[in-house]
Design a binder for this molecule. Structure first.
Ligand code: CO
Length: 267
């Protein structure tokens, strides 16, 4: 666990983060709606690059520790960090996890969603996606001042275990504002002992990765990036960037955040 200083955002910085988060949400939504069987994942990445350009921002991921694509596209047993490829064709019923980070004006937005490529989805796949989204929502609900990081992880873990699934342990959520990855780490499970207390102004990317089988993962030895479930089971991933407040967390990566709507009107 990395315990660094946790940024508290307000004013102009917070508005900047709101706009970056909004841009990432727009891109993710557009990409998610565009995914259909028959596309290659390289085509999806190229489309994402266009959508990112439309926002006036840049990909947070491209070049990050040498990451070679604009977004992450991870299919079925791939958990995260999948790289678009011209030879990988989306099949009917595939679970496609899309992770999009956009930087605008020096601030970073980060969000992810798993969609089914259709025309229909397996019952297991649907339940896995629904559970992961519900776990994320339960985690977000805990992101209020006075709670701890552990409250978020516990809430997520409970939803996942109740559904009979497992939550990835080797990768965690994170603070996200001026930089894509800032303290604190936000695990999707409970860790014994103390964890940071949440304060108004903290901006967190909460991102449960949920596997239908074991929580254990492997990393592709050839590309060094693609993370897969160790038992080839299905995986889903949902991520929102949120602002910790005193009462109700503000979801920054959505298309109808009232604070962001106001900001956009002012400009
Ligand atoms: Co993230």
């Amino acid at each position: 666990m990395v315990f660094g200083r946790i940024n508290i955002y307000s004013g102009k910085d917070l508005d900047g983060i709101r706009l970056a988060a909004y841009a990432s949400a727009q891109v993710l939504d557009r990409v998610a709606n565009a995914v259909v069987p028959g596309m290659t994942t390289a085509e999806i990445d190229m489309l994402a690059a266009e959508f990112i350009k439309d926002t006036g921002g840049k990909s947070c991921f491209l070049g990050y520790h040498g990451y070679p694509a604009h977004i992450c596209i991870s299919i079925n047993n791939e958990v995260v960090h999948g790289i678009g490829s011209p030879t990988r064709i989306v099949q009917p019923g595939d679970l496609v996890s899309l992770d999009v980070g956009v930087t605008v004006g020096g601030y970073c937005g980060d969000n992810a969603r798993t969609v089914c490529a259709g025309p229909f989805c397996s019952e297991l796949g649907q339940r896995l996606m629904d559970t992961t989204k519900a776990a994320l929502d339960a985690g977000i609900e805990q992101a209020v001042e006075g709670n701890t990081i552990n409250d978020i992880g516990l809430a997520i873990e409970q939803v996942v275990h109740h559904a009979g699934f497992e939550v990835v342990r080797d990768m965690v959520g994170h603070g996200c504002g001026k930089n894509m990855h800032e303290p604190p780490e936000v695990p999707n499970y409970f860790i014994r002992g103390r964890s940071p207390v949440l304060k108004e102004g903290m901006v967190l990317a909460i991102e449960p990765m949920v596997n239908a089988g074991t929580w254990r993962i492997t990393i592709d030895r050839k590309d060094g990036w693609t993370v897969r479930t160790a038992d080839a089971s299905l995986s889903a991933h949902f991520e929102n960037q949120i602002l910790v407040t005193k009462d109700k967390p503000e979801i920054l990566t959505c298309l109808n955040n009232p604070k962001t709507t106001l900001l956009l009107k002012e400009r």
